[in-house]
Design a protein. Structure first.
Length: 292
């Protein structure tokens, strides 16, 4: 099975830099990434993939599922500028009597809304927390921990907003509101506020906060600076599923983002190649403001 998965990854790498779609194992996600890049005058000029098996499932009707993780690296050229994008995929491959049949990417956001128990809006205290947001420190933290987890914080299965909160705190955003989970923005003593860990709560908290960490909503992605935040409502149903932080810009000045849950760095902000993407997707673009 490992040898077959190795061959599959080799074909995926070849697909990244090929203009042909003739392979029976063509990955739709890679084609979406290439199409998105083409629309932005970009292309993948080199790709690399390393994988490891996480778990071999129980055989059922001669089919054995194998969970595996892949670390992709894409060297992207856009308008003469090069940058490196990286992402981690968690996938499940099915083997019929030991022969590879098909595989699919796990969707970490599928059931994320079931885990939310918070109210959307967070009540505010009248306090003053003066701080100056250090965007570079926030980005440095985002780069350091994009594919690992700081042991000083709790890790979640859906970890995207927890990771973004850590980045914002590294940039100087002050915690406040402890121990009320429905107030402020904090993680302390093994507990945390909804706004720290839940994407939909952070989406409401940042632009409504009147003290400490706060943000202003802007109308388009190109208005964002490094260290700013993008919120994603994949289904377009009004409840936001995902949060990213801007860590760079592409050759056209559009944001590249880092994220957890499916860990990625320098990924194009629109997430058009994500398995969670739908035509109904909605975004919120939030620029962090100082409180002085």
């Amino acid at each position: 099975m490992r040898d077959q998965l190795h061959e599959l990854l080799k074909k995926r790498v070849q697909q990244c830099v090929s203009h042909s779609r003739s392979s029976i194992h063509t990955c739709p996600k890679i084609e979406k990434k290439k199409e998105s890049l083409s629309g932005r005058s970009g292309e993948i000029v080199k790709a690399q993939a390393t994988g490891n098996v996480i778990r071999v499932g129980q055989e059922k009707e001669d089919v054995t599922p194998v969970e595996y993780r892949v670390h992709f690296k894409y060297l992207i050229k856009q308008k003469g500028i090069f940058y490196l994008e990286e992402e981690i995929e968690e996938r499940i491959a099915d083997f019929y009597k030991g022969v590879f049949v098909e595989d699919r990417e796990k969707n970490p956001f599928k059931d994320s809304k079931k885990e939310e128990v918070s109210s959307d809006r967070v009540f505010e205290e009248e306090e003053r927390y003066e701080y100056e947001y250090d965007r570079m420190k926030a980005v440095q933290y985002a780069e350091k921990w994009w594919n690992t987890y700081n042991p000083a914080y709790k890790k979640f299965d859906v970890d995207c907003t927890n990771y973004i909160s850590q980045c914002l705190h590294a940039g100087g955003g002050p915690m406040r509101g402890y121990p009320n989970r429905g107030k402020g923005w904090w993680m302390r003593s093994g507990n945390w506020s909804y706004s720290w860990t839940v994407a939909n709560s952070m989406r409401w908290y940042l632009p409504s906060s009147n003290s400490g960490l706060r943000a202003e909503e802007v109308s388009s992605a190109d208005q964002l600076l490094i260290g700013d935040v993008i919120c994603y409502d994949f289904q377009g149903d009004g409840r936001f599923d995902h949060t990213t932080i801007v860590t760079g810009k592409d050759a056209s000045g559009m944001p590249l983002v880092n994220a957890h849950t499916y860990n990625s760095r320098m990924r194009y902000w629109a997430y058009e190649d994500s398995t969670a993407y739908t035509p109904n997707i909605k975004y919120k673009f939030l620029t962090i403001t100082d409180d002085q």
